[in-house]
Design a protein around this ligand. Structure first.
Ligand code: AMP
Length: 114
């Protein structure tokens, strides 16, 4: 997979507002927030998209979701609720090809999404 801006954030080559980190997952604020809280959670291991993930990465995918949930709980966002989104490929609206979970919170979400 080619290098992405998120790989550069993992390597600390470009700045990011990092709010969560463990051995496998990094969380940082989205540059263009779509809600009062908008944090991106990424696996440190590069996976281009959800479509590119395989069964050998099941544990990592679980850790990614659990990291987002733990952060939301720790920040007091879980009781009111939040949205976790994965955009996949072009029609899904994916623009950065390093798998990421958008955690959006702090306002009432709409459904269906645009
Ligand atoms: P997606 O469209 O699902 O691929 O989401 C990519 C997200 O990355 C968008 O919400 C962008 O605002 C965000 N983004 C792009 N570059 C950066 C960056 N350098 N730091 C933080 N967020 C970024």
């Amino acid at each position: 997979m080619s290098d992405t801006i998120f790989a550069k954030i993992i390597r600390r080559e470009i700045p990011a507002d990092i709010v969560y980190e463990d051995d496998d997952v990094l969380g940082f604020r989205d540059l263009n927030p779509q809600a009062p809280v908008h944090v991106l959670f990424i696996p440190k291991q590069p996976i281009a998209s959800l479509d590119a993930a395989d069964a050998g990465q099941a544990e990592l995918l679980g850790k990614l979701l659990l990291a987002a949930a733990a952060y939301a709980r720790e920040q007091g966002l879980a009781e009111r609720g939040y949205r976790a989104v994965i955009n996949c490929n072009e029609d899904g609206g994916q623009t950065v090809y390093h798998l990421h979970v958008h955690l959006l919170a702090g306002r009432r979400m709409q459904w269906p999404p645009g």
